[in-house]
Design a protein around this ligand. Structure first.
Ligand code: GUN
Length: 297
């Protein structure tokens, strides 16, 4: 069997960012609305600093307003909640993202619950979780699973109906929303996790495999049904035998690409889709808040 097609998330994300920028230009020209995204970073986590910098840069490149708030590692929950309330009330801000993880003195759920659900571009507020679960059209959908769905729809040319899908991982950020999105697409969906009895056997049934467990190269090629489409959400840094490190996914790419019909690489697969979807969600939120029809993006 020929090697799998490589699903180029980097290129798809670049195209999505262009479509978002086009939608932003039209919002400005036709409605005088410039979408604004506020990102709040508490503390100095190096990975979070990189994400936040990239978010700010790409927000501006799309023609939107970017508001960045860096708060001290020792910030109290009360101070952070006051910032969230201020952003909820600020009409220039259409989307709010509080970077996770938060320092240990702060209750993450309390902060997420304080964000106006209609500005919750992460889709983490229980109201948006409930909207997604019930298939409500006003849900804001978490960015990484949304990015996976857009890649799958593009790959299959629209419909995923009737396909067997497995989501490996049950996190609130990826696994659970991914389950809901695939179910809404009329897939038959299994959610596997650390206690699943026969993981290779379950994965071997699936036409679509979403790997989101955070374990380097866990899903092996010989687990896959021949011709499966594999979406690898993992970003794991591992040591190289010769020294230094490299990024790998949750899928053993070398063995999987010989069995799958298509697969996302790491890096350059799902990763770049997350921020592109954040920008898309911000435009979606801005349109809904202003009673403007949502553009195709
Ligand atoms: N930290 C890592 N990824 C994310 C994300 O998508 N949203 C937020 N808020 N924090 C994160």
């Amino acid at each position: 069997m020929a090697d799998a097609q490589i699903i180029d998330g980097k290129a798809f994300a670049a195209g999505l960012r262009e479509r978002v920028a086009g939608a932003v230009a039209a919002l400005k020209a036709d409605h005088g609305v410039t979408p604004g995204l506020a990102v709040v970073l508490v503390g100095e986590d190096p990975a979070s600093q990189v994400y936040v910098r990239n978010k700010g840069k790409q927000t501006l490149e799309a023609g939107m307003q970017s508001f960045e708030f860096k708060m001290d590692e020792t910030t109290s929950q009360e101070t952070l909640l006051a910032k969230v309330h201020e952003l909820n009330a600020d009409p220039r801000v259409n989307g709010i993202l509080v970077q996770l993880p938060l320092p240990k003195q702060i209750d993450e759920q309390a902060v997420l619950a304080a964000i106006d659900p209609d500005k919750d571009v992460d889709g983490f507020h229980v109201v948006n979780v409930g909207r997604l679960n019930t298939g409500s059209s006003d849900a804001l959908v978490p960015c990484t699973p949304l990015g996976c769905l857009l890649l799958l729809r593009d790959h299959f040319g629209g419909s995923l109906s009737g396909k067997k899908a497995i989501v490996v991982g049950r996190s609130n950020i990826v696994g659970k929303p991914m389950f809901n999105l695939l179910l809404q697409e009329s897939c038959t969906v299994t959610v596997a996790h650390s206690r699943t009895a026969d993981l290779p056997g379950e994965v071997g049934q699936a036409d679509i495999v979403i790997a989101a467990v955070g374990r380097p190269e866990m899903v092996k090629g010989d687990w896959l049904k021949p011709g499966a489409v594999v979406i690898d959400v993992g970003i794991n840094r591992i040591d190289k035998p010769e020294g230094g490190t490299r990024l790998v996914g949750d899928v053993d790419f070398a063995s999987a690409k010989a069995v799958a019909s298509a697969i996302t690489p790491v890096p350059g697969g799902v990763g770049p889709m997350t921020i592109a979807c954040l920008l898309r969600n911000t435009v979606t939120a801005a349109c809904r808040q202003n009673g403007i029809a949502e553009p195709d993006m």
